[in-house]
Structures are given as C-alpha cells and as structure tokens.
Design a protein around this ligand. Structure first.
Ligand code: BEZ
Ligand code: FE
Length: 289
C-alpha cells in the first residue's frame, strides 16, 4: 500500500494482520489499532506528544525490575486493572467481590497456624488487630482447608519489599481455614500509603492532577481446589481515601469495621470479615489438573 492517508490508515494496518494468526489475536489487535487511531485523531495528537509518550514508556521500562513493574502501576492509575478484574471475575452467585492484586504480592509467604501474628517488627503508635472470619461457599457451607495469603503495608506506609529496614515477609502470612471454615490472624491496623510515585507512574499522576494515596487495607489471596480463587482486600471503614483511592479499587462490600477489642484481649482492635467462594467451573478444574 503506497497511498496511506488519514482516512484509510486504520484499514491498511488492520488488513496487514496475517491470516495465520489465532482469532483472538485478530480480535484484540483489530480493536486496539482502531481505538489507538481514533484516539490520535480525536485529540489531534502532536508529534511532540507522541514522542514524549514513547519516552515515558521507555522510562517505565527502565525503572521496572523483578520487584517493580511500572506498567502494572500505570494500568492501576488509569483504572485498567480494576476494570479487567471486574470483566474477568463477574459476580454470578453472590460470591465475595474481588479487587486489584497490586504490585506487592510475594509468593510463598510464611505458613502460619490459625491465630498467629504476621508482625515481625514493632513500630511506634501502631495498633494491633485480630482479623477473623469464615470462608463459605455461596450457600453458606463452611470450607475447610482454604489457603489464605495476606499482606499489608507497615505503619511507615511501606511493604517489606520496598523497605530494607523490615525483615523479609514482614506483615505477610499464609493461613488455612479449620473444619468450620474459620481463619484468624494478628496484624497491624493498615494505614493509607502512597503508591510509588518516583517513576513514570508518578509522572502520569502529575499529568492527571491526581494524588497517589490508597486507603488503609489488607490484601487477601484465597484459594482452594474446586473453588474459584479470590484476590481481594478488606478496607478499614474509618480510613481516609475510601472515596478517592488512587487506583479506584474500593468496593462497598469490602469495607470492614475495626472495633476496639474487649479489655484484656491480645490485640487493640478486632475485625470480623467473611468471604464467600464460588465453585470453580469445569473448565477451570480441568486447567488445574
Ligand atoms: C496495593 O494495594 O498494594 C496497590 C495496588 C495498586 C497499585 C499500587 C499498590
Ligand atoms: Fe496494598
């Protein structure tokens, strides 16, 4: 094609897709090309803006490594991770809502018994909380043997991965539900923290005029063979930023009340929160075999 114009460029590029690619590649690329071209036309993108966007992506790549994926952060700031999560995990049977994974999950956290503490380092002015609840199926039957990974930021607003002063796996643990579907652990009251804004993600926040703060939350990854895994978070009902989370991940159903613990309790606060899991589809079960 030698006569590429503003009018035919989208057709020219989509027609260049090979006939040999899988149908899903064709669907994704046709739509992506069309939306990108329409976007450029709609905002009359200048050459300087295109170049600075390319440089922005290069800087995002430069700052990314095994522990930091700036592209996940950028997608969070644009509301893309939460959107994809809602598209891919549609609520069909009253199961608990999911929300974003975020960039701070670590595989293989310490395996701990029910009721154990994930606190490896003390911080001044922090409050301890006993978190407990039940994991059931959508009919309310308790599920035994559910693996629950939890992780949260420390009272300095940093995850262990971001902070060389914290022991590895501080404020992380893997718990298992008992025969009543119950879990429990001791943690610190999570505080609001800014998502990393010292890289390309921060540049994007500035361009958008948005702040980096997230409300206080505890992350959960809940899994059991035979059930759909759940990646979610519990938000503190009294935290700031519930209504203006920098990554748009708060859901009303995930807000929990941190209550004062009765006198003589082992923690300052208690939080009770149940989750409901949906049975895995036959397709998921076969894939897991
Ligand atoms: C988090 O909650 O850990 C998180 C989520 C999205 C972006 C950054 C952090
Ligand atoms: Fe987080």
């Amino acid at each position: 094609m030698r006569n590429v114009t503003k009018e035919n460029i989208t057709e020219v590029v989509t027609k260049a897709l090979s006939n040999d690619i899988p149908p899903r590649n064709r669907e994704v690329m046709t739509s992506l090309i069309r939306h990108m071209h329409d976007f450029c036309k709609e905002v009359n993108l200048t050459f300087a803006e295109w170049l600075s966007a390319c440089e922005f992506l290069r800087r995002a790549g430069d700052i990314s490594n095994e522990k930091r994926n700036e592209f996940i952060l950028i997608s969070d700031i644009l509301g893309v991770e939460v959107l994809v999560d809602m598209l891919d995990h549609r609520i069909t049977e009253g199961e608990s809502e999911s929300t974003v994974l975020g960039p701070f999950y670590r595989e293989n956290p310490p395996v701990l018994p029910k009721g154990a503490s994930v606190i490896q380092k003390n911080f001044e002015n922090s409050e301890t909380v006993k978190v407990s609840g039940r994991i059931t199926d959508t009919a309310g039957n308790p599920i035994e043997g559910v693996a629950i990974d939890i992780w949260e930021d420390a009272p300095n607003g940093l995850y262990d991965l971001q902070d060389p002063e914290q022991p590895a796996y501080n404020l992380r643990g893997r718990f298992t539900t008992d025969e009543n579907g119950e879990y429990a652990f001791i943690a610190l009251r999570p505080i609001p923290y800014p998502i990393p804004y010292d890289g390309a993600g921060g540049e994007l926040l500035k361009y958008m005029g948005h702040h980096p703060w997230r409300p206080g939350h505890i992350h959960f990854m809940i899994s059991r063979i035979g059930y759909q895994s759940l990646i979610s978070q519990i938000y503190d009902a009294d935290t700031k930023y519930l209504d203006n989370d920098s990554v748009f991940a708060v859901k009303e159903s995930l807000i929990g009340k941190f209550n004062r613990a009765p006198a003589g309790s082992e923690t300052d606060l208690v939080l009770s929160f149940d989750f409901k899991l949906k049975k895995a589809s036959a397709k998921t079960l076969i894939a897991a075999e």
